[in-house]
Design a protein around this ligand. Structure first.
Ligand code: ZN
Length: 192
């Protein structure tokens, strides 16, 4: 079942009470950006207290500093003036539950959704699956503290990122809603 009707009806209600948001400026009013995971349990607007127009939120699987995430961050400061960034990964992230080899094998078998059982993912679909050359670096995670620190470092050391922007590293706890600092990451990400 498609959720199209539900989404359009929710949008209708939102637009009805849109208020003065048409007057919002394009650059984020509070001058910061968050890179975080796409996990459905995370709502950056709520956990970081954002309203429309406040901040840039860049999301992908794991909240990883991929080339595309860095592309967005560079545009965020260079053209839209953000001055402070957060990298926020989280506990119980799906990116910890598989490796590049696992997802490659599942995709090679079929393009259907895999089943998750007690011994991990199994492919239950009918082939054909992905071709040999359809390779992506999945940026899976084996340790959250390491992944946050690695991503903050990758952004910090990127030649298009100025040293003056502080980059804070945090892990969001899905059990409590709290942001927990990763001091190693914040140290790496300190403004220079
Ligand atoms: Zn996640």
């Amino acid at each position: 079942m498609s959720v199209l009707t539900e989404v359009l009806s929710a949008n209708e209600a939102y637009a009805e009470s849109f208020g003065d948001k048409a007057a919002l400026a394009l650059p984020p009013a509070r001058g910061f950006a968050i890179l975080t995971c796409m996990d459905a349990r995370l709502d950056p607007a709520k956990y970081a207290g954002l309203s429309e127009g406040d901040a840039h939120v860049i999301r992908n699987a794991g909240g990883r500093a991929s080339d595309d995430a860095i592309r967005s961050l560079v545009i965020s400061y260079k053209l839209l003036g953000t001055k402070e960034w957060f990298v926020i990964h989280h506990s119980d992230c799906g990116m910890e539950f598989f490796t590049d080899d696992v997802i490659r094998g599942l995709l090679a078998s079929s393009l259907e959704t895999a089943a998750l059982g007690s011994d991990g993912f199994t492919d239950v679909g009918e082939g054909p699956g992905a071709r040999e050359g359809d390779y992506i670096d999945w940026l899976t995670i084996s340790d959250q503290v390491e992944s946050v620190t690695e991503d903050v470092r990758r952004i910090r050391e990127h030649p298009l990122v100025p040293g003056r922007i502080p980059i804070h590293g945090y892990i969001y706890a899905v059990s409590t809603g709290r942001l927990i600092e990763v001091p190693e990451a914040t140290e790496v990400g300190a403004a220079r």
